[in-house]
Write a protein that binds this ligand. Sequence first.
Ligand SMILES: C[S@@+](CC[C@H](N)C(=O)[O-])C[C@H]1O[C@@H](n2cnc3c(N)ncnc32)[C@H](O)[C@@H]1O
Length: 255
Amino acid sequence: MQRVVTLKFPVGVMAGSKSISYIRDGLIAFNTFGGMLDHLFQVVLKEAKLEFAHSLYHEWRLYTSCTLFNMLCLRKVRDKSNALTYVEFGAGEGHTLWFCLNYANSFPNHRALIDNSKFIIYDSFKGIDPSLPSDIVLADTKKGPYLGCNIDRFKERFNGVRNLILREGYLPGSLDVHPQVKGVDFLHIDTNSEIADAAAMRQSIENVNSGGIVLIDDYGFPQFRSTFDAINKLCDEICLPRPCTLPTGQGLLLI
Ligand SMILES: C[S@@+](CC[C@H](N)C(=O)[O-])C[C@H]1O[C@@H](n2cnc3c(N)ncnc32)[C@H](O)[C@@H]1O
């Protein structure tokens, strides 16, 4: 949700600048938001708004995810590699997956790569594990599937994706049943649960390729402080740099 407001500043501090408030995403920005000027992103956003009941107010986060993913696609194509592996822990109703797929598919040179690539999704498809503590109480994830999206609805939505692999079950236990694959290029962690997020990262990080991207969705949100602490503790323990906090709240690690 954007709102254009004009703020008054002390003389010399961007006087009269227009700012854009993505207030529900924790952002008031004076700088250019590339997504707003990116025609391809705007087309994907417009279509997504027809697909999802969610307002998709987190535009800047979605833009960050899909442009990073698209950069990986570009690198793969340039290196004449014909596939990549996308892994997501906590897919909800699939916003990030949708944007990554559709934004990258807007580039004709990336379509064959996307078609050959693997998209591996870990989710309970039943919301947060009620037996695990979580940072915030999200009515929509605590009580059953996230925004009502169960596994059948998810499958139906991503029906056209050739190599979509769904790993249903509560994390971290589901990782024993479905161990993480090797050769991950893009890792998105977003369960809203510090225990599940940290366990997912612990099990996956060694499987991420050099040059891979790790994005932790809720890392910098004030209400997810225990996720920030749990991920940092893990990074310190395994001698990995702590993620960079992006203004969107996401944590970014380049491997
Ligand atoms: C905020 S949503 C993910 C949003 C998604 N990344 C997107 O881009 O739309 C969080 C998801 O994590 C899942 N989840 C939460 N705790 C989990 C756990 N312990 N094991 C597996 N999935 C879990 C929920 O079912 C929900 O679908």
